[in-house]
Design a protein around this ligand. Structure first.
Ligand SMILES: Nc1nc2c(ncn2[C@@H]2O[C@H](COP(=O)(O)OP(=O)(O)OP(=O)(O)O)[C@@H](O)[C@H]2O)c(=O)[nH]1
Ligand SMILES: [Mg+2]
Length: 196
């Protein structure tokens, strides 16, 4: 899929304040620094649509983008990174919780997981909570370009194994790289399918 027009609509702290537009919305979540904003830029083929940073805690609000007047993307702040202050982590967690609870036009939540590190309990807990709340999720492994093939396979398997303890059927899992564009069409396929 190729986006002809991607527009930044604005930033909000509370989902109830976002003007209600009945377009399907797709949101990106994960630990701070996992690569949410970079993935959005990769998908939309825009360099600087979503602001990125090497320092965790860059995205601090709910940032909404309109794509071709057909659907919206929401770039969320990250959760659970120790280097982000306790106050901010709490603020982001609250923002995320309310967004997920109240966003009626959320068609799918992409949960990003850093493929370079072993399964993190905070990710597993977040994924399990989404399952309990019946939020439609798709898992996205990030930064694949940073790993050798065997490392990637081992880490991918470790995540799947960890999830198998709680999930009978593992949610879809897409391996991506914002650097190389790996996984782009697979993510768009999810979006297309969800919109029917
Ligand atoms: N090599 C590589 N680096 C990546 C990739 N995706 C993101 N990065 C880098 O990871 C860092 C964080 O990226 P962001 O996209 O800002 O991460 P984020 O999840 O939006 O972070 P917060 O907004 O702080 O929650 C940046 O330095 C990116 O360049 C990737 O696929 N490959
Ligand atoms: Mg970000």
């Amino acid at each position: 899929m190729k986006i002809k027009q991607a527009k930044f609509l604005g930033s909000w702290e509370k989902s109830v304040d976002i003007p209600h537009i009945k377009l399907p919305e797709f949101a990106f979540i994960g630990r701070s620094n996992v690569g949410k904003s970079s993935l959005i830029n990769m998908l939309t083929e825009r360099k600087d649509l979503a602001k990125t940073s090497s320092k965790p805690g860059k995205t601090q609000t709910l940032n909404i983008f309109n794509c071709d007047d057909t659907f919206q993307i929401c770039d969320l702040p990250g959760y659970g990174y120790a280097k982000v202050s306790k106050e901010k982590r709490f603020k982001f967690a609250t923002m995320i919780k309310y967004y997920l609870r109240n966003r009626e036009n959320l068609y799918c939540l992409f949960i990003l997981i850093d493929l370079r590190i072993p399964p993190q309990s905070i990710d597993l807990e977040f994924i399990n909570d989404c399952g309990a709340d019946q939020i439609p999720i798709v898992l996205v492994g990030t930064k694949a370009d940073k790993l050798k093939k065997t490392e990637l396979e081992n880490n991918h398997k470790a995540i799947i194994d960890a999830l198998s303890q709680d999930w009978e059927e593992i949610p879809p899992f897409i391996i991506t790289s914002a650097e190389t564009g790996l996984g782009k069409e697979q993510v768009w396929d999810v979006v297309k399918k969800a919109m029917g």
